[in-house]
Design a protein around this ligand. Structure first.
Ligand code: PNS
Length: 161
């Protein structure tokens, strides 16, 4: 049986930390489905189509990776794509409480689905999409924290290109 994991998130935008985690995930799973939350209530900087495009560009040539959007419950999406595992990253203790709550809720909803946590490289332990957006909005350089296509997209979006 092929091992399938879903790696869900908002990815607004994808960072080098996300890519590091996805690469680590691919070492353990045959298929890794990156699931981009479509919910526009979070008022994302990038539309879901833009976030998916940025992920496609950033993972170009990777094998075993798929990128899709989802709405509604993650466990329903996971079942639809045949995943046995939800993959999430934990950067620091501060991530733990939120991640634990989500993992428990998802287990309550779908006991067969396991949440697996991986730890990204320490080089990215402080990187988050929220801080990347903030730094870029305030005129700082987000490169090296995000792939080059995302740095360009941030510049273009914030009219500094
Ligand atoms: O990158 P994020 O924003 O921390 O990702 C959060 C995400 C998308 C994983 C989470 O909000 C989610 O799974 N949303 C789907 C709705 C859902 O299934 N909620 C119940 C489980 S807690």
């Amino acid at each position: 049986m092929s091992r399938v994991a879903v790696y869900p998130g908002t990815f607004d935008p994808v960072t080098n930390g996300h890519l590091d985690l996805a690469e680590r995930g691919l070492r353990h799973f045959d298929r890794l489905v990156i699931a981009v939350l479509g919910n526009e209530e979070k008022r994302p900087l990038f539309s879901v189509d833009e976030r998916i495009e940025l992920l496609h560009e950033a993972t170009h040539g990777w094998s075993g990776i798929e990128i899709e959007s989802f709405d509604g419950l993650l466990v329903h999406f996971a079942r639809r794509v045949g995943a046995q595992v939800i993959l999430r990253g934990i950067r620091a203790a501060s991530d733990f409480e939120y991640e634990m709550q989500m993992a428990m809720m998802n287990r309550k909803l779908e006991p067969e689905l396991e949440t697996v946590f991986l730890v990204p490289s320490e080089a990215y332990s402080y990187v988050s999409s929220r801080l990347v957006r903030e730094v870029a909005k305030l005129g700082g350089e987000a490169d090296r924290l995000v792939p080059p296509n995302v740095a360009r997209a941030l510049n273009a979006k914030l009219s500094r290109g």
